[in-house]
Design a protein around this ligand. Structure first.
Ligand SMILES: Nc1ncnc2c1ncn2[C@@H]1O[C@H](COP(=O)(O)OP(=O)(O)O)[C@@H](O)[C@H]1O
Ligand SMILES: [Mg+2]
Length: 335
């Protein structure tokens, strides 16, 4: 659906050129939730803003459903933007307008609806984001999560095909973040809406994204299905981002432990099977779980745990082979 082909963009500050993104190529499929992660200054906002031409790339092409958006006429671009919603970290609501008026604003701009149609659509959107009773309130009377719900309702007003999210949950507390992410996922599924979201938090990626791209200093360094990138990060910056969301040691030394240590990665239903117990019984070794996480990547269960094998009978090669039958990955950690 979206094909980004070798785009670059720089800014000029005090006569000095600052590259923001360099030679980025990406493909986003219709209906997926595509995440872009990177630390502050990596170029995420610049990249996502090129998708509705809030920033125009210096070079390269962006094709959406086959047509190059950088060549659209003014009218065509306005129409395209109407079908591309965007939400922001700081919500960008108009503080002098009520919730209802904020949501109505893009409908008015579209100039295609009667008053009654706009009223109906605003009510429909308020229901969708569960803000039924808040139509006549002002943004200042709302919590952060409620403000972002208004932002989402406004972004969806004209039935967009694409929703761009620039750090949409970064200003929210963890619980509110979860509820906004659930809402985004629900919208993605109900309406088949394509979502491109940028974040600096791997947990956001883990919760709702199908695929992810990692940006570092304007360059795309890694890209793939979320489970692959999260469980087997290749690039140093990706490892650092994963480590932040679920710390795990890479060596026995870092854990302050010696003896045979294994890091096991499970994905899917096997995550909930008593593998440790079975292998322990079969090989007559004990296991000490020294670190780990069990959770979900979107809906898929996963576990990544580090175990220490106990007892004289512990033969690392045999243990690794036994784990290898169940785990998607079994790494012996250097001690
Ligand atoms: N409007 C701007 N003017 C000048 N430099 C900018 C502007 N916007 C972003 N930059 C610079 O471009 C780089 C990428 O920024 P940005 O796309 O905002 O990254 P991110 O969203 O990942 O934090 C940074 O070095 C930033 O300072
Ligand atoms: Mg940004």
């Amino acid at each position: 659906m979206i094909e980004i082909d070798n785009i670059s963009k720089h800014y000029v500050v005090d006569g000095v050129a600052i590259p923001a993104i360099s030679g980025i190529s990406l493909r986003v499929e219709a209906g997926e939730v595509f995440g872009i992660i990177g630390v502050s200054g990596a170029g995420k906002s610049t990249l996502v803003r090129t998708l509705n031409l809030l920033e125009r790339p210096d070079s390269g092409r962006i094709r959406v459903d086959g047509s190059d958006i950088t060549t659209l006429s003014k009218d065509q671009l306005l129409r395209y933007r109407r079908k591309t919603g965007m939400i922001f970290q700081h919500f960008n609501l108009i503080s002098a307008k009520t919730v209802g008026e904020n949501i109505r604003f893009p409908l008015k701009l579209a100039g295609e609806y009667t008053r009654a149609e706009m009223d109906r659509r605003v009510d429909e959107l308020l229901d969708l984001v569960e803000l039924g009773g808040h139509r006549d309130k002002y943004p200042a009377q709302l919590s952060g999560g409620q403000k972002q719900r208004v932002g989402i309702a406004r972004a969806l007003a004209n039935h967009p095909k694409l929703l761009l999210c620039d750090e949409a949950t970064s200003a929210l507390d963890p619980q509110t973040t979860q509820s906004i992410l659930s809402l985004l996922l629900d919208i993605n599924r109900r309406f088949g809406l394509t979502i491109v979201l940028i974040t600096h938090e791997m947990d956001v990626i883990r919760r709702i994204c199908d695929r992810v791209a990692v940006l570092d200093r304007g360059v795309l360094v890694e890209e793939g299905v979320v489970a692959d990138v999260l469980l087997h990060p290749q690039h140093e910056i990706t490892r650092a981002l994963v480590q932040e969301s679920c710390p795990s040691a890479t060596t026995g030394q870092r854990l302050g432990l010696s003896g045979p240590l294994f890091r096991l990665t499970f994905l899917g239903a096997v995550t909930y099977q008593p593998i440790l117990q079975r292998i322990s019984a079969a090989l007559d070794v004990g296991f000490n779980i020294v670190e780990g996480v069990v959770g979900r990547i979107k809906e898929t269960p996963y576990g990544q745990i580090t175990v220490q094998a106990l007892g004289d009978a512990a033969d690392p090669a045999r243990i690794a082979a036994a784990f290898g039958e169940h785990a998607v990955r079994c790494e012996a950690l250097p001690s």
